[in-house]
Design a binder for this molecule. Structure first.
Ligand SMILES: *[C@@H]1O[C@H](CO)[C@@H](O)[C@H](O)[C@H]1NC(C)=O
Ligand SMILES: *[C@@H]1O[C@H](CO)[C@@H](O)[C@H](O)[C@H]1NC(C)=O
Ligand SMILES: *[C@@H]1O[C@H](CO)[C@@H](O)[C@H](O)[C@H]1NC(C)=O
Length: 520
């Protein structure tokens, strides 16, 4: 009860609701997953939800602000659902799912994908060797199929996948399971594979489930009074029942008696529960230290971990990894278990802002442990703000006149970014002397690109103009800009301009030594 943890209670009381909400906001960046690093800013800005999956994290699905569903990556077991069985490095739209609002999405190891929409419809595709798509066959699902058997008139709100079994939770708190059942993970009382969704009943029959998760071959559900039930494989104690016998039907975790569980997660063979008081319990396999107990002994019953720390607000794990993570109320993120090949047996404090980043950077494979929600806000970084202010007459305090056209800049920026301007403004600069500087030795596009480079670090110019900019960069001793220009020129060489570009490049190259000496 609360009385046993005065520390947690005080913390809870002292944090105003608004602040707590503020603390839950996470800054997620999908480009932390290499799959997304090819995307440009516009494409990235269109992403609202994303999931990276697959045995080597080589597959990805994302949902845009307009509710379009895109997939890309390796076409293992047709898990992209594009219908053409092709791998793709360029995202492809799943037209069939266009406009359907996705509320839950998860993946198995085959991989197979389960997706639930706002209307409560359930779609599945990918590996189906164990009937994990739930449509009665074992044919691979090359494109999304509506899973309807036994779910007609039911509204699915949440989905969960083990390696090869599937689960769905309905809005009335019923749990359905199907697919691979070698250890009872479908909860049907037998070990026969289950070809279509079947309600998990026995002692869950009259309970209202509020959350479901799967380990590799085990299943867990939280019911509305905070109790946890488990079934399926239990060889490592992942059901937390105090023994290691498999369970063909749901069993209540008596080790969590008296606690009100708010979140459960499962790794490959371990499980964790977070209570309403922010306490964290772990049990099951511990070969990689994934329980965070300080040793590598499996635990057949829940043990409390991170006891000395403040209130925990989120825990993370997923069935294809041995990695664990947790976030505290003040936003500190801990990780343990298998982390880039090492076994971290005690929770390790990181500098990550969210548990998702632990999986992007340290899990094997570096999949997402949940369907990631991406928040886009109007915040501009320093770099973005500077870029925006270039050539803005409203904030500028200096202008250049080139070919009769003005370019508006900020003295401070030029001084900070370019040695040439620093010495120019420091030595013979008289404040009220000038607010316009005339430039006649360079063209407008060249000089503008140069000034823009000082605000943005980048250059966009046709190769012909890049020669002029190379000249300017050389005389102002801007070495990085020189290299960018050389790169543009080399990339831009085609038969028609080869001669003029090459002779210019050779000319600058010949002068390089002499000039770089004067730049020291
Ligand atoms: C896509 O996956 C299917 C099933 O695994 C396979 O038969 C096919 O060769 C794959 N195609 C490509 C281009 O990877
Ligand atoms: C089940 O899905 C598979 C794979 O898409 C398909 O071949 C089969 O026709 C479907 N069966 C039914 C009964 O819908
Ligand atoms: C491992 O840690 C747990 C939790 O602290 C403890 O109960 C158990 O005795 C330890 N096992 C060994 C072998 O030290």
């Amino acid at each position: 009860g609360l009385a046993e943890v005065p520390g947690a209670l005080i913390l809870l009381k002292n944090v105003p609701a608004a602040l707590a909400t503020y603390c839950e906001d996470t800054m997620v960046d999908v480009t932390k997953w290499p799959m997304f690093s090819l995307m440009g800013p516009q494409e990235l800005a269109s992403i609202r939800k994303a999931c990276v999956f697959g045995s080597s994290a080589n597959e990805a699905i994302y949902i845009t602000n307009d509710d379009e569903v895109f997939v890309f990556g390796l076409n293992c077991s047709n898990c992209l659902g594009t219908g053409d069985s092709l791998s793709t490095i360029v995202p492809k739209k799943l037209d069939f799912l266009s406009g359907r609002k996705v509320v839950s999405l998860t993946y198995g190891s085959g991989p197979h994908i389960l997706l639930a929409t706002e209307d409560g419809e359930l779609f599945a595709w990918g590996h189906n060797g164990y009937s994990q798509l739930g449509n009665g066959t074992t044919n691979q699902g090359v494109a999304p199929v509506l899973v309807s058997a036994n779910l007609l008139n039911k509204k699915v709100t949440e989905v969960a996948c083990g390696s090869h079994h599937s689960m769905a939770l309905t809005d009335t708190g019923e749990v359905y399971a199907w697919g691979y059942n070698n250890c009872g993970q479908v909860g049907s009382g037998s070990t026969a594979n289950q070809p279509t969704p079947r309600r998990v009943s026995s002692c869950l029959q009259n309970k209202v489930a509020v959350s479901i998760v799967c380990g590799q071959t085990s299943s867990l559900a939280v019911v509305d009074n905070g109790e946890v039930y488990g079934w399926g494989y239990n060889g490592n104690g992942q059901l937390g029942l105090g023994n290691n016998g498999n369970q063909l039907t749901p069993c209540r975790l008596v080790g969590l008696q008296g606690l009100c569980v708010q979140q459960i997660v499962s790794g490959y063979a371990h499980s964790m529960a977070l209570t309403d008081e922010g306490l964290l319990y772990a049990w099951g396999a511990n070969t990689y230290g994934q329980l965070g107990t300080g040793n590598k002994s499996n635990q057949l019953s829940p043990v409390q971990i991170l006891t000395e720390k403040e209130r925990i607000v989120e825990i993370a794990s997923c069935h294809s990894t041995h990695t664990s993570a947790a976030k505290t109320q003040s936003g500190q993120v801990y990780m343990w278990g298998q982390c880039r090949g090492q076994s971290i047996v005690l929770p390790h404090l990181t500098h990550f802002a969210c548990t998702d980043d632990v999986f992007a950077c340290f899990a094997t494979p570096s999949v997402m442990w949940r369907l990631l929600s991406v928040e886009h806000d109007d915040f501009l970084t320093v770099a973005q703000s500077l870029k925006k202010e270039f050539d803005n007459p409203e904030t500028a305090d200096l202008k250049f006149c080139v070919d009769g056209k003005y370019i508006y800049v900020h003295k401070a920026v030029l001084k900070i970014r370019c040695e040439h301007f620093r010495s120019m403004f420091q030595s013979h600069w008289n404040e009220d002397m000038k607010e316009v500087i005339e430039i006649d030795q360079f063209s407008y596009p060249v000089y503008r690109s140069f000034l823009e480079f000082l605000y943005t670090d980048s250059v966009e110019l046709p190769p012909e103009d890049a020669i002029g900019l190379l000249d300017l960069a050389t005389s102002y001793c801007e070495n990085r800009l020189k290299r960018l220009c050389q790169h543009i020129i080399k990339r831009g060489i085609i038969v028609e301009n080869a001669f003029s570009l090459l002779s210019a490049a050779v000319r600058y190259d010949a002068e390089k030594r002499k000039l770089s000496q004067s730049c020291v």
